[in-house]
Design a protein around this ligand. Structure first.
Ligand code: FAD
Length: 397
């Protein structure tokens, strides 16, 4: 032990704060690449995580690429708890569309999904300490201190600690991008109910527009339960979300007063950082604001940012201060471009036209190639779709 109270055995190549999809995926890849990795999470797994748990096809491709898992293996080991091939869109109460898709949507229970990913990281050799909450990050010493007073150091520190990231707060507070952080948070509320008579045969993903500004409501079927939620940009729905949720539930004949498991959490909804790395400290997933600002999807971006960060670390580890430049370059080309165009699409749908334009959505979903669906599944880019849409409907991006 030295005079800074630091035990030499607590020195690692990589230290990851947070064991959600972002942190576990980075840990898995980097440990497989031979790095000495430690991951700290404040919770004990399986831990609850408020989420709709919907995975588009691009996430299955990512799981195959990284973990060599397939749809079949993930069904067999019960990682997926439901698969849906039908989706419905509503405009308030009125159903405007019902379609079937060749490429299904997958639903996961986040406590199971995240425990699965964390166990993969452990198998790959990551040292995992649960119940260890990081409180401070010291950039100069490259060290974190936990609530229990333990200190850990590493050449590279990865902040994968979610929307309220401590790593981001400590290191990136002087970063200009942080100004817009709070103004671009979405509020959500969600309940889970058992499959009752009403939901007995429910197999489709249902999306409801126009109960909330800059957002939507959802009903996602699971094997034994149904997930019902609402989410929208906080600044556009000040203090109204509970009221909007009650309105939505009333059309399902559910009285909010009878519900005792209502939960809420924030989503970074357009506050992605353009430079999510400083020196040897980098941010992934929700900590960097990598959530799709149009649909609120973040699991894919959490895992994709982990994949890109691992590439940058592997390439530059010997000159580890160069990791930041490479990571920022990769992220900008891949994730940020998509999130920027997704924001533009959101503006077309919610701002320029003031309400969700039913005809545009219907046309996109009904088009020969199911353009909107391909977009969400990851088979078409947000950039090209936004450009086409702006041309077709003469809307300035
Ligand atoms: C209501 C709701 C519905 C959603 N639905 C979907 C959906 O259907 N599909 C989708 O793709 N996305 C959805 N999202 C978004 C998705 O949940 C996130 O984008 C995703 O969880 C981000 O993963 P992450 O690993 O970056 O962070 P997280 O999953 O938040 O993981 C962060 C981890 O860090 C740990 N941690 C936090 N602070 C500390 C600390 N100080 N010290 C140590 N550990 C710490 C936490 O315990 C946690 O395990 C939804 C979000 C909400 C709120």
């Amino acid at each position: 032990m030295n005079k800074n109270n630091f035990k030499k055995e607590n020195l690692y190549d990589i230290l990851i704060v947070g064991g959600g999809p972002a942190g576990s995926t980075a840990g898995y890849i980097l440990a497989k690449d031979g790095f000495n990795v430690i991951l700290l999470d404040k919770n004990y797994f399986p831990r609850p995580k408020l989420c709709g748990g919907l995975l588009p096809y691009k996430t299955i491709e990512l799981l195959t690429r990284i973990y060599k898992e397939s749809e079949e293996s993930l069904i067999k080991n019960k990682t997926f708890n439901f698969i849906s091939k039908t989706y419905k869109l509503y405009y308030k109460k009125k159903q405007i569309l019902k379609n079937t898709t060749e490429t299904p949507f997958y639903l996961v229970d986040r406590s199971i999904y995240d425990t699965f990913l964390l166990s993969k990281a452990k198998e790959a050799g990551v040292k995992i300490i649960q119940g260890e909450k990081v409180e401070k990050v010291n950039e100069i010493l490259s060290e974190v201190t936990t609530l229990k007073g333990n200190k850990f150091r590493a050449k590279i520190i990865i902040g994968a600690d979610g929307v309220y990231s401590v790593v981001r707060k400590h290191i990136f507070s002087s970063h200009g991008d942080l100004d817009k952080w709070k103004t671009n948070l979405a509020e959500t509320l969600q309940i889970e109910i058992k499959r009752t008579k009403m939901f007995h045969d429910l197999k489709d993903i249902s999306i409801y527009f126009n109960f909330i500004n800059y957002g939507y409501c959802w009903i996602f079927p699971n094997k034994d339960k149904v997930i019902i939620g609402i989410g929208g940009l906080h600044t556009k729905n000040k203090k109204k979300i509970m009221h909007s949720f009650a309105n939505f539930l009333s059309i399902l004949k559910i009285n909010l007063k009878d519900i005792n498991n209502i939960k809420g959490y924030s989503i970074p909804f357009g506050n992605f950082l353009l430079k999510p790395a400083i020196g040897n400290i980098i941010l992934l997933g929700d900590a960097a604001g990598f959530v799709n600002p149009l649909i609120g999807e973040g699991i894919f971006y959490a895992q994709r940012s982990a994949e890109l960060a691992s590439l940058a670390i592997k390439k530059n580890f010997k000159k580890h201060l160069d990791v930041q430049n490479d990571y920022i370059k990769l992220i900008n080309k891949d994730i940020i471009l998509e999130l920027q165009y997704s924001t533009k699409l959101r503006n077309i749908l919610f701002q320029k036209i003031k309400f969700v334009p039913v005809t545009i959505i219907k046309n996109l979903l009904n088009s020969k190639n199911h353009a909107f669906l391909e977009l969400i599944q990851g088979r078409r880019s947000y950039a090209s779709t936004a450009k086409k849409l702006s041309g077709k409907y003469k809307i300035k991006l």
